[in-house]
Design a protein around this ligand. Structure first.
Ligand SMILES: [Cu+2]
Length: 550
């Protein structure tokens, strides 16, 4: 094992939470992990090339701390924000096994599991009793680093395969990780010696308001109908050494399931000569005096085992293509159409945003009552630069999923992890690229869809000492699955229940608190509320379009 060494701030060395990533050392011991014997100590390159120099005495540099007590001051003008659900949350949780939970919310129902490697896993996802997904899981992550110099050329992490999203999961806390009315799911896992380890509060379940889901104002009558986007969130957070990943499944009332990954935590740093601090570095960003954060890519692989309206699913992709000009059909050159291509055999695909390539999981045996299209779910996949390491490199060979935005394989028992079963010291040859290369026929069903998404992380000084979240979302959206907007029955005009308040113009917003009463009791303000939220009957309606208050 190649170890990277850091130290605490020598001027504050009793502070156990001092950010040691601000003090990377230029020596790197190589140890035998089975005997804990030291094999050798490497000297790290600290310039712009692979050369190493004889060690010199450490030069003092300032610390860079993230703990609040180390900040010169904390801002004092942040007012409390209460997320209150006076009648409780809208979801229910029912145990279905010793640890498994069945969750029901807004026509959704699904089972939640938690394991050592994948952490949170969803099973048997249904909407309005219609089956959608047999299993949804993050299957692995790969983080290959760009620095080509020895020993950095070996830096590549598989956070699930090497460490485990379950065993590294945080114990989540009220008000810190989750705001509002929270239900926590706990797990029990085996530790490295096989002993049972309680994993308390590893998944939090809560609802959140995500702005507006749909709205229309009839400009002729001035009546607006608005429905807010209520979401159900299942969140888990893992810490793998320096980095944190905040991972969530998010459901809404329009049939969407979103998988959200947020990267935060601390950059993996290495030493760079102080004299080079103000010179652009070829393999990273200097984020602090003497501290280099290397360029790296983050790849996530979401595994989707579908059952859209039952088994026998297929995968296809749509592309938007311009029509050639023709005198009879397209004389003005504006026409375009959508071409659909079925995925006949297991294979990998780029996202091809210039073609608006959109992947769909469909059930050819079940047809939409309006247009006879096969019912389906489409995938919104963020564009991703494929792995940059060349095809002969171990980064590429090991990260079997980092070269394509989407892989489709035919289901085989045990094929759960995109980077293969054993990622630690793998040399490739097992994983989704290898499985897809079998060219299995996909007619007749049982496809497994592997969605890759990620970021090319070019560090900023703002990412240090701890980085504000970088967010990525994959959305699974119904496409010709319903006969119309599935959220047409969600009540709008909920002001009496949801209770927003008017703020005054005073800079501290103090006046607004007084106006809360006004807004809910006085005719004038009440009329304004009904004008923006008006709905007829049902729910929390404040009254019809022309309503005169509350
Ligand atoms: Cu990063």
């Amino acid at each position: 094992m190649q170890c990277f060494l850091y130290m605490r701030d020598p001027k504050n060395s009793f502070e156990a939470d001092s950010c040691h990533y601000a003090f990377p050392l230029p020596i790197s011991p190589v140890i035998d992990p089975s005997t804990l014997e030291l094999i050798r100590i490497d000297i790290l390159p600290t310039g712009h090339d692979a050369k190493t120099a004889p060690l010199t005495p450490w030069q003092p540099v300032p610390p860079s701390e993230y703990i609040p007590e180390a900040q010169p001051s904390l801002r004092t003008d942040l007012k409390p924000l209460h997320v209150v659900q006076p009648e409780g949350a809208s979801f229910t949780v029912t145990p279905f096994s010793e640890l498994g939970k069945l969750i029901r919310w807004q026509k959704w129902d699904f089972k939640v599991g938690f394991n050592q490697r994948e952490g949170m896993v969803l099973y048997d996802v249904h909407y309005d009793s219609r089956p959608l997904f047999y299993r949804l899981s993050l299957s692995d992550m790969a983080i290959p680093y760009a620095d080509p110099r020895s020993p950095y050329h070996r830096k590549a992490a598989f956070d699930l395969g090497d460490a485990g999203a379950g065993i590294m999961a945080n114990n989540l806390a009220l008000g810190c990780d989750c705001l509002g009315s929270i239900y926590y799911i706990s797990g029990v896992l085996a530790d490295g010696t096989g002993q049972p380890t309680p994993m308390p509060n590893v998944i939090c379940v809560h609802e959140q308001d995500a702005g507006i889901l749909w709205k229309h104002t009839n400009y002729r009558t001035n009546r607006a109908v608005v429905v807010r986007n209520r979401e159900l969130v299942l969140q888990t957070i893992l810490t793998v050494s320096n980095y944190e990943y905040i991972l969530a499944f998010i459901f809404n009332t329009a049939g969407d399931v979103c998988y959200e990954a947020r990267a935060t935590g601390i950059l993996s740093t290495s030493p760079v000569d102080l004299a080079l601090s103000h010179v652009p570095h070829p393999f990273g960003t200097v984020v602090h005096p003497g501290v280099l954060a290397a360029f790296h890519q983050h790849f996530f692989s979401l595994r989707i085992d579908p059952m859209i309206d039952g088994h026998g699913n297929s995968v296809a992709y749509d592309e938007a293509v311009p029509l050639p000009r023709s005198a009879d059909l397209n004389p003005h050159g504006v026409g375009y159409t959508i071409q659909s291509t079925p995925v006949a055999t297991s294979s990998g695909f780029d996202s091809a945003p210039m073609l608006n390539r959109t992947f769909k999981i469909i059930n050819p045996a079940v047809r939409n009552p309006i247009n006879n299209s096969p019912v389906g779910y489409k995938l919104h996949i963020p564009p991703m630069q494929p792995i940059l390491a060349d095809t002969e490199s171990f980064h590429y060979k090991r990260a079997e999923f980092a070269d394509k935005s989407l892989y489709v394989t035919r289901y085989v028992d045990g094929e759960l992890y995109a980077g293969g079963l054993y990622t630690n010291q793998s040399r490739g040859g097992s994983g989704v690229r290898t499985w897809a290369a079998r060219g299995d026929a996909l007619e007749g069903g049982d496809p497994v869809v592997w969605v890759q998404f990620g970021i090319n992380h070019v560090p900023r000084t703002e990412d240090f000492p701890v980085m504000p979240v970088e967010t990525l979302k994959v959305v699974l959206r119904p496409v010709n699955f319903f006969g119309g907007n599935p959220a047409g029955d969600v009540p709008g005009g909920r002001q009496l229940g949801d209770r927003s308040v008017l703020l005054g113009e005073g800079e501290k917003g103090v006046e607004g608190v007084e106006k809360e009463v006004e807004g809910l009791t006085l005719g004038g303000e009440g009329a304004r509320l009904s004008a923006c939220c008006g709905s007829h009957g049902g729910g929390w309606g404040v009254g019809g379009g022309g309503g005169g208050g509350v």
